[in-house]
Write a protein that binds this ligand. Sequence first.
Ligand code: GLN
Length: 197
Amino acid sequence: MVTIGVLAVQGDVREHVRMLERLGVEARTVRRESELEACAGLVVPGGESTTMAKLVRTFDLFEPLRQRIKEGMPTFGTCAGMIMLADRIEDGTRDQETLGGLDITVRRNAFGRQVDSFEGDVHVTGLDKPVHAIFIRAPWVEAVGSGVEVLARVEHGAAAGRIVAVRQGPLMATSFHPEVGGDTRIHQLFVDLVRES
Ligand code: GLN
């Protein structure tokens, strides 16, 4: 059975663990380097990226995580997790660190105050029916490097056209929260990525 870790310093860890278990994966919470070693892939959950970055630093996980990502460990970031995987941030706090790996620029809290949280259907490359996406103080992807595949964009409203899901080799990220609700298809895409690698 494939083992996938969920970075468990902060954020909605339990929802991801549950999703992975529903897909028949052995899910492990990861707070230390030794726990990471057993994992073939990793989920970086939603939460608050500034806090998460500080805790990753406190738990001495920055270098081990960066190393595994560099070596090609499939990694999936949702919302704050997307920010953690981004090479560049707009509207981050001063000195906000990320793990990096994804050649994207993300804008934190991009959708503005009035529309802090909202839901909408988005078409995701690789899925035949749209996903009902939940955005909570979400980032969007401002710019992507040439090796990055855009998987989904906002389809309606003022933010229409904004990129909200990407993939670059074994790295995947969504601005929204596929761990919330009962739809396992996005996690399945990631599990397939882990199984293939
Ligand atoms: N706004 C948060 C951040 O900047 C992300 C919110 C989320 O993960 N739901 O980290």
